[in-house]
Ligand binder design. Structure first.
Ligand SMILES: NC(=O)c1ccc[n+]([C@@H]2O[C@H](COP(=O)([O-])OP(=O)(O)OC[C@H]3O[C@@H](n4cnc5c(N)ncnc54)[C@H](OP(=O)(O)O)[C@@H]3O)[C@@H](O)[C@H]2O)c1
Length: 159
């Protein structure tokens, strides 16, 4: 089963210069809580931009660069094949970006951990595949700088 975890601003901005546009401690803590001891999957750009190693998670990194093999991660060369192979697994795989990986994995995701950042930031990367109409809200928590929602995909296509 695939889920995704993302934080985006009011214009669906998610990144700038290969990094997050904001530094919001509570949001990072939430990311940790939601991903700990789970499988997480991200693109090479996102993985390489992490300020420190993510511990206590199985990390899958999507890259087609020959010889790219950071220590302690599983490198995925063919993302679509991986998505097709694991889509019916009981085990959860959380897609953690960036934009190109969200785009390819979005149709496979049944659940989403989304932080709606309240302020607008300067960005160069957007989450262009997401529509709130695809989802129902299961849980909603209002924080100072963002609203966190746990979402489940609508199966019947209603809005
Ligand atoms: N706000 C958030 O929640 C959040 C979360 C994660 C990341 N981000 C931000 O998003 C930005 C990075 O996004 P991004 O789209 O530039 O990078 P990305 O998705 O992290 O990684 C892109 C890399 O993966 C490769 N790739 C993409 N699809 C592939 C496939 N099917 N098979 C093999 N390799 C594949 C790309 O190669 P090619 O270029 O050759 O296609 C490229 O090297 C950063 O600013 C980051 O901070 C934000």
């Amino acid at each position: 089963m695939f889920s995704f975890s993302v934080a985006f601003d009011p214009k669906q901005g998610i990144g700038i210069n290969g990094r997050l546009p904001w530094h919001i401690k509570e949001e990072l803590q939430l990311f940790k809580r939601n991903t700990l001891y789970k499988n997480i999957l991200m693109g090479q750009t996102t993985y390489d931009s992490l300020p420190r190693k993510l511990v206590d998670r199985n990390i899958f990194v999507v890259s087609w660069e020959e010889g790219y093999q950071p220590e302690g991660v599983v490198v995925i060369k063919d993302l679509i094949q991986f998505l097709e192979t694991h889509k019916d697994d009981k085990e959860e795989y959380i897609i953690c970006g960036g934009a190109s990986i969200y785009r390819q994995a979005y149709p496979y995701c049944k659940k989403a951990y989304v932080s709606f950042i309240k302020d607008e930031y300067k960005v160069d990367t957007h989450l262009d595949c997401f529509s709130i109409n695809d989802w129902k809200i299961v849980e909603k928590v209002d924080y100072d700088k963002f609203v966190y929602c746990l979402l489940e995909r609508k199966e019947d296509g209603t809005n």
